[in-house]
Design a protein around this ligand. Structure first.
Ligand code: HEM
Length: 417
């Protein structure tokens, strides 16, 4: 793609490509090879972004929304062909397609009602549902000696929870999961022109499905988050329109699904990688919340997020112009020695793991952080109880979806005996 060249004084790394097979397989190896102390910022021509690696700089960006806009958070990394652009716009999928890439005041209009509907009360009420769904999914594994943890649990659990929270009928779950896969490729991958039209068509259908869901709930409310949002709309239709409700659902259905699948897969992987870790957790389940938190620091399921400068700034010692696109490498921030002691050790007793930036910070701080962590904790607890001797199946090469922002093994084979 055509890029503005890097500004004077900023190192350039021609070889850095976060969508290359080597990077996708092992981003930590790429991170370890960087001259970290001397490279808090560099320009990556492969994507046209300035990469930030230090915790303090990334935190500064998150904390200053007037200098760093969220507008690029979901921007395609490659220019879309005109036909795909046309289909997306006609389907109501704008260049800043939902809450996470809007700035104030548009962002707050959506965030406030979404936060109200995703209250702690609603999340707490989900505990028995998450436990029952986990048990049902694990029952379905039966007496298998080996199974794929992602297909059996990490993928269906968060999807089922967030879709039922939204009030989506169960018969439509598979369709929404399918559309979500398109969404990761569109905003965070490098889809070929031939695939872009199919993706755009799927995205328009997804948007239209969500508008119809809102229409259906207007006629017949249920005990779900969509109906809570409709109640807010009825209090004051100007305050929250029906179109905005569909937009919030678009945010939640994706954000509440791929991210948590990745978190469960990454947590189980990191615990099983060292069998003593798994047995420690199985023997002492009170360690599980710490295990999830440490995974968010050590191997986050959203390893990268994005911002763009709204004015000239000095960041990590480099003067950047307005419009500079920033690749906030959250996974690198979790390994920053200036922020965490012995950052490359996975430590179940790390006192400050929860300081990670895996959920962002500030105005856009993840609305589903509590729900995502809860689901991962319940999933790991149920697995450890059933299979205290669980092992990683030998000789597997993990594969990851080719996108920059959502990371977890696509398949994780585990042995029960
Ligand atoms: C468990 C793993 C999860 C991770 C690692 C994660 C990560 C993130 C990150 C990095 C952001 C952007 C923050 C920023 O721009 O400053 C975000 C925003 C968001 N997340 Fe999550 N998320 C997770 C789970 C969830 C769940 C379960 C839901 C909902 C059910 C959710 C809903 C949202 C929403 C709606 C936003 C946009 C908030 C805004 O723009 O104000 N996330 N998340």
């Amino acid at each position: 793609m055509t890029q503005a060249p890097a500004v004077h004084g900023c190192p350039i790394d021609e070889s850095f490509d976060p969508l290359s097979p080597d990077f996708l397989a092992d981003p930590c190896a790429v991170m370890a090879a960087l001259p970290r102390e001397g490279r808090p910022i560099f320009f990556a021509p492969s994507i046209g972004y300035y990469v930030l690696t230090r915790y303090a700089d990334i935190e500064q960006v998150f904390r200053d929304p007037s200098s760093y806009s969220a507008a690029v958070a979901q921007a395609p990394l490659v220019p879309l062909v005109p036909e795909a652009q046309r289909i997306l716009l006609a389907g109501g999928h704008k260049p800043q397609p939902s809450m996470v890439s809007l700035d104030e005041p548009e962002h707050a209009r959506l965030r406030k009602p979404a936060a109200r509907a995703l209250s702690m009360k609603r999340v707490t009420a989900l505990v028995p549902v998450i436990e029952a769904t986990t048990a049902r999914l694990l029952d379905a594994v039966g007496p298998a000696a080996e199974f794929d943890l992602v297909a059996a649990l990490a993928f269906p659990l968060p999807a089922n929870i967030v879709f039922s929270l939204m009030g989506v009928p169960e018969r439509d779950f598979a369709q929404i999961k399918h559309w979500s896969g398109y969404r990761a490729a569109l905003g965070w991958g490098r889809p070929a022109p031939a695939d872009q039209v199919e993706i755009a068509t799927g995205m328009a259908a997804y948007r239209s499905y969500l508008r119809e869901l809102v229409d259906a709930k207007l006629l017949e409310a249920g005990d779900d988050l969509t109906s809570d949002l409709i109640a807010i709309h009825r209090e004051n239709p100007e305050r929250l329109t029906q179109e905005e409700i569909a937009s919030i659902l678009f945010s939640l259905s994706f954000a509440g699904h791929e991210t948590t699948t990745g978190l469960i897969g990454n947590t189980v992987r990191r615990l099983l990688e060292v069998p003593q870790r798994w047995s420690a957790v199985a023997a002492n389940p009170s360690l599980i919340p710490a295990a999830v938190e440490e995974t968010l620091r050590y191997d986050p399921s959203v390893p990268v997020w994005r911002r763009v400068t709204t004015r000239p700034v000095t960041l990590a010692g480099v003067n950047l112009p307005e419009g500079a696109r920033l690749f906030l490498w959250l996974a690198a921030a979790g390994r920053d020695p200036a922020a965490f002691g012995q950052p490359d050790d996975f430590d179940l007793r790390r006192p400050d793991a929860g300081r990670h930036l895996a959920f962002g910070q500030g105005l856009h701080y993840c609305l589903g952080a509590n729900l995502g962590k809860l689901e991962a904790q319940i999933a790991v607890a149920a697995l450890a109880k059933r299979y205290p001797g669980l092992l990683l199946a030998p000789d597997q090469r993990l594969a990851f979806h080719p996108n920059i922002s959502f990371r977890g093994p696509q398949v994780l084979r585990v042995r029960t005996e």
